[in-house]
Design a protein around this ligand. Structure first.
Ligand code: AKG
Ligand code: FE2
Length: 317
């Protein structure tokens, strides 16, 4: 496959690999091998030919700008600050609850039994998967900061991301700390690993630091916002990852040794998985990301993480 989306041969990737979901039917061992490389060395992949109708993707993509174009007073009515569950509209988007995802091939690429990850799941109604619909407005001032989302890790097991406009902006940090572009590829989802899966697999699956640069108003380029829809697949709220060690076959553990260490990263969040139950880690993350909501609904936690009161920028990370 050609640049910019082909996988690099070494562990220190220079692009994000594309996995063709239809390979599962035609050549499963090859799919599993490519998945292994993506999970262990990169922590990010594009999934092409995903099991989602392209018509549905087109409908969602078309609808999103209309959602953000609603009158401000309509959006204010559903502001996140009204919700102790951190759900609703905020400056960056709205958050919704969604259903469950099958995990089999993931397990298999690690040499685990297909049901090995069931421990981390609860009944559907107790799972708190989340999706949000995000708009990144165009930065018009040439001197202004273009941080759309600063460097971070995602929290849960997997994130499925629809890049719903043509802008590049998503960047992924490789082992030596360089920022690698992950531009939108039509018809694909970006899939990446969260801190919970990294902890649960003793670091075998990489949670990879990533960020988004907002679109800039450049001569000759359309001055349109960037849109994306990440879906965060979380784990059971009660699970303490420090208490559950998955056992891996030695040949799989060797793959981790071959990868080498992460030399540089700009992300620090969700380090509490080594001591807190998953639900608490998630809540701390929400408190840090949305201090205005925390101040109203979780005053004790707010005081702990923001002893000096509301910060001028939105996050404690
Ligand atoms: O908008 C994107 O492309 C990614 C957003 C992201 O990384 C996040 O919300 O965790
Ligand atoms: Fe993210």
């Amino acid at each position: 496959m050609s640049s910019p989306s082909s996988s690099s041969s070494g562990a220190n990737f220079s692009s994000v690999p594309i996995l063709d979901y239809s390979l599962l039917e035609t050549n499963k061992p090859e799919f599993i091998a490519q998945l292994q490389h993506a999970l262990i060395n990169v922590g990010f992949l594009y999934l092409s030919n995903p099991p989602v109708s392209q018509q549905d993707i087109a409908t969602v993509t078309e609808y999103i700008p209309k959602l953000f174009a609603l009158p401000q007073e309509e959006k204010e009515k559903i502001r996140m600050v009204h919700s102790p569950h951190f759900l609703g509209y905020s400056r960056l988007g709205a958050e919704l609850t969604k259903g469950n995802i099958d995990h089999r091939e993931l397990s298999e690429s690690f040499g685990l039994a297909p049901d090995a990850l069931n421990y981390f799941y609860d009944t559907d109604e107790k799972m708190q998967h989340r999706a949000k619909i995000v708009q990144y407005p165009v930065v018009t001032d040439a001197d202004a900061n273009d941080q759309g989302v600063g460097p971070h890790y995602d929290a849960g097991f997997l994130t499925f991301l629809l890049q719903a406009s043509a802008h590049k902006g998503l960047q992924v940090q490789n082992l030596s700390g360089e920022w690698i572009d992950a531009p939108p590829i039509p018809g694909t989802f970006v899939v990446n690993i969260g801190k919970a899966l990294e902890f649960a697999t003793q670091g075998l699956a990489r949670a990879t630091s990533h960020r988004v640069l907002s679109p800039r108003a450049l001569p000759g380029e359309p001055s349109l916002p960037r849109y994306s829809v990440p879906f965060f697949q979380n784990i059971s709220l009660d699970v303490k990852l420090a208490e559950k060690q998955l056992e891996f076959p030695p040949e799989i553990l060797k793959l981790k040794e071959g990868r080498g260490e992460v030399a540089a990263t700009d992300s620090v969040n969700f380090s509490e998985f080594d001591r807190e139950p998953s639900g608490q880690v998630g809540l701390i993350g929400r408190v840090k990301s949305h201090p205005d909501v925390a101040q109203r609904h979780y005053p004790e936690l707010f005081k702990k993480y923001f002893p000096d009161g509301l910060p001028s920028a939105g996050s404690a990370y």
